[in-house]
Design a binder for this molecule. Sequence first.
Ligand SMILES: [Zn+2]
Length: 242
Amino acid sequence: MNRKQTLHPLLRIFLSFAFVAAIVLGYLLFQWYQRSGQRSTRLWDWLRNSGAYSEWSIDAGQRCGAAPFAFPTDGYIGFLWDDSFRPGHRHQGLDIFGGQEPGVTPVYAAYSGYLTRLPEWKSSLIIRIPSDPLKPSRQIWAYYTHLADSGGFTYIESDFPPGTSELWVESGTLLGYQGNYSGDPNNPTGVHLHFSIVLDDGQGRFRNELKIQNTLDPSPYFGMTLNANDSLGDVVVCEENQ
Ligand SMILES: [Zn+2]
């Protein structure tokens, strides 16, 4: 009598699938950690003791090489374009953490243009740039947000009240201060500026900023490696000015 135990063929197939799935999942987790986990760890270091890592910080107004945009605020670039905070999520801008309390670190226009603040915007404004400095035939938009405290008290300069439309501002104009507004007073973000470059819809309006497909990789605009796919866990600074 053959007492040799064999696995049911279906179970065998299932186990091989599970094995492959575990390897794929492990690889994806490793990749995710390389991209965003490492940056999260470093961000905590920065938020706990920014003074110890001053070489990670970029100064407001700095222009890297021949880049068209000036850096909009002081701080460490904690998250890049196309970073991922959870599976399936793609970050559509830059998060720059000043390392200070809310309402302290100034935010300036990175490039000249026409400023609009929708009536309901507590922490956000957008600047229309009629001619993209890197592709002059198209119009783009520069979006700035998190300029309010956790309760929604705005840190945007009083020159730009809600409802402001198409007001010309020069590059370097003080727009407001970094905050931690998230929409949920009990769960504020870290104090930072979220900055993104948004495409035009072709009708003279900005597209939905929340979708990465509607935004541009900011790297060439700042002359730095700001695409998470090209910067695996590195601290991003201006290489040219070093
Ligand atoms: Zn962000």
